[in-house]
Ligand binder design. Structure first.
Ligand SMILES: Cc1ncc(COP(=O)(O)O)c(C=O)c1O
Length: 390
């Protein structure tokens, strides 16, 4: 893992030390101080704005723009692409709205898209919709950079790394170079890593896309998504799609997200460190198989993860011997809620097979590590394992 306390140097003037991730997170997107105004202005609730004369921006109608989005978009852009002023960020009401905005704005009938076959479980629904529009969809696993073999003639490559829920990692730089050599655009779902864990645009992607519902906002109380990209033309069509679909974030959600980003580095560092500790404890348990955490030195994903990630995420996946054992384990947890989603300050876990969408064993558990005291959480998980034994 590259040192997250060191920045890659973007944005700092000569002789100026570049700010660390914690500093960047607490200041992300803040406007210049104005006397008697709050540091982070409150949410702007407006369907329309005063607009005499010619209808020029920035703020005309609430489906097109909103000052609360502007500040949040600036904040996310500063984290995804520090110091790169040519990167544009757009927020959406959910991760799926963000994903759909890229796929449906960039792909047209007759195009070929390459998707992962082990990514977020709504991707097959997206695939069916793309195919209904006459777009050819090819899929391959994330691990082993298997999507490389499908790129001939592709218009867009969609990567999800680390993948949810299997936590496989692919080489973004290698895939992006191969895709670009064939004229394809590259989008990376950066949900699991967060911008403090990975910066896909620096690795060569054209778009970084994420569900802000997860660790970015981190409290399990809002849905949000975003797209960031450098190509002005491509981003203009994403923006146009947002306007046509009307897929816009509520000002309250956008403001809550911005407020939450101030603590992103604290949450991510705490949660990810505990996730590694938990993974190390789980690897000692004989009933646990298929343990995955990209931060474990012997994880199959670790080598490439350590080259392109700055932090490894808060999700640990593993398999218990049976569905019944996994259910008993989940039932025995006291500090971990049996719930879907991940990235929140309160730990959650679920038997992923209950949804039927992922190709995982019946006893497969995805556990999202929260901000509880590490020793308490590890003890709770080990206790539930003991209690759930046959
Ligand atoms: C990797 C990944 N991408 C996208 C999404 C969709 O995000 P949302 O639920 O905010 O629409 C999820 C949701 O779990 C996800 O895990």
């Amino acid at each position: 893992m590259s040192d997250p306390t060191k920045d890659s140097g973007h944005g700092a003037g000569a002789g100026e030390a570049s700010p660390g991730d914690g500093t960047r997170a607490v200041r992300a997107g803040l406007p210049e101080p104005v006397k008697h105004e709050p540091t982070l202005p409150g949410p702007v609730f407006a369907a329309h704005f005063h607009l005499p004369g010619d209808p020029t921006g920035p703020y005309t109608y609430g489906r097109d723009e909103n000052p609360t989005w502007t500040l949040l978009e600036r904040a996310i852009g500063e984290l995804e692409a520090p110091g790169q002023d040519d990167v544009e960020t757009l927020v959406f009401p959910s991760g799926m709205a963000a994903i759909s905005s890229v796929l449906f704005s960039q792909l047209h009938t007759g195009d070929v898209a390459v998707l992962p076959n082990d990514g977020y479980q709504a991707l097959p629904l997206v695939r069916a919709q793309l195919e209904a529009y006459g777009i050819e969809v090819r899929t391959a696993p994330t691990g082993g950079d298997a999507q490389l073999d499908l790129l001939d003639g592709a218009r867009l490559l969609w990567i999800e790394t680390p993948s949810n829920p299997g936590l496989d990692v692919c080489d973004v730089r290698r895939l992006a170079e191969a895709a670009h050599a064939r004229g394809a655009l590259v989008a990376v779902d950066n949900t699991l890593a967060t911008p403090l864990g990975q910066r896909p645009l620096e690795l060569g992607a054209d778009f970084t896309v994420a569900s802000g519902t997860k660790q970015l906002t981190g409290h399990g109380d809002i849905l949000l998504g975003y797209v960031a990209g450098r190509d002005a033309g491509a981003m203009a069509s994403v923006r146009r799609w947002r306007k046509i679909a009307g897929a816009i974030a509520g000002p309250m959600e956008a403001w809550l997200a911005h407020r939450s980003i101030a603590t992103l580095q604290l949450r991510v560092d705490r949660q990810n460190a505990t996730a590694l500790m938990l993974a190390q404890a789980l690897r000692e348990r004989p009933e646990v198989t298929g343990l995955r955490y990209p931060g474990l030195p012997d994880d199959p994903s670790h080598k490439i993860a350590s080259q392109q990630m700055r932090r490894y995420g808060c999700v640990v996946s593993f398999t218990l011997p049976s569905r019944a054992r996994a259910d008993r384990f989940l039932d025995g947890l006291r500090l971990v809620d049996d719930a879907t989603s991940f990235g929140g300050v309160r730990s959650t876990a679920e038997r992923r097979g209950r949804w039927g969408g992922d190709a995982v064993p019946e006893g497969f558990v995805r556990l999202s590590v929260g901000a509880e005291d590490p020793a308490d959480l590890v003890a709770d998980v080990l206790h539930a394992l003991d209690e759930s034994a046959d």
